[in-house]
Design a protein around this ligand. Structure first.
Ligand SMILES: C[S@@+](CC[C@H](N)C(=O)[O-])C[C@H]1O[C@@H](n2cnc3c(N)ncnc32)[C@H](O)[C@@H]1O
Length: 205
């Protein structure tokens, strides 16, 4: 049996069990890296549906997700995406990346262990020039100094004209980082989440 087969089997076992389901894996991620994870439970379906509502799936070849965690958004993006589209999910936490690889057996998904700040290099490594949409679940207010503004700038560069940066966050900090790059930023709010959260859609002109 090849090493990659062994790894895939181990990842599937890790995602299925290894001591619990998605909520347990998420909580464990928070206990290990509270500042980077920034929340003790995943987003609700209400946030996911509202955030993804303006996406034109017929015009989406590459979707990028920052901070997928245990895949709350990932699952719904894969459901809506065209069969020939690609989703690149980037997370700094290797446990979450391993969990995603085990949970989703979908050839359209690339789960990458890395930082959203390197989105340009990551999508180029996967063979793409531009992303159509980027969604972020990053805790912008607690990221190390300078990382938030860099992620906003790199995301703007990585998007195609007409593409959008979709951001949900408990505080409105992310908007300050988006404002220098995105002329039009639509705003929303979702109460059905713990805690309730802000939503922003930054459109690249
Ligand atoms: C609040 S959790 C969001 C989880 C999930 N998307 C949800 O909505 O339930 C934040 C996630 O961002 C990841 N993260 C933090 N800094 C990051 C960075 N610079 N690049 C990519 N992921 C990062 C954390 O590991 C964690 O998975």
């Amino acid at each position: 049996m090849s090493a990659s087969w062994d790894e895939a089997r181990r990842d599937r076992r890790f995602a299925r069990g290894a001591g619990g389901g998605p909520l347990w894996h998420f909580l464990r991620g928070f206990i290990k890296h509270p500042v980077m994870v920034g929340s003790i439970i995943p987003s609700t379906r209400a946030v996911v549906d509202k955030m993804l509502a303006p996406v034109d799936w017929s015009q989406c070849k590459l979707f990028v997700e920052y901070g997928p965690g245990v895949g709350t958004f990932t699952e719904q993006i894969l459901r809506r995406m065209a069969p020939d589209a690609t989703l690149i999910a980037i997370d700094t936490n290797p446990d979450f990346v391993r969990y995603l690889r085990g949970k989703f057996r979908d050839s359209r998904l690339f789960a990458v262990n890395g930082s959203a700040a390197d989105v340009g290099d990551i999508i180029a490594d996967c063979g793409f020039e531009h992303a159509d949409y980027v969604v972020s679940g990053l805790p912008f207010s607690t990221l190390p100094a300078g990382v938030g503004p860099r992620i906003a700038a790199e995301t703007h560069k990585a998007l195609r004209p007409g593409g959008a940066f979709l951001v949900y966050q408990f505080k409105a900090k992310a908007r300050d980082y988006m404002a220098p790059h995105f002329e039009r930023i639509d705003k929303g709010f979702e109460w059905i989440n713990i805690p309730p959260c802000h939503l922003f859609w930054g459109w690249k002109a």
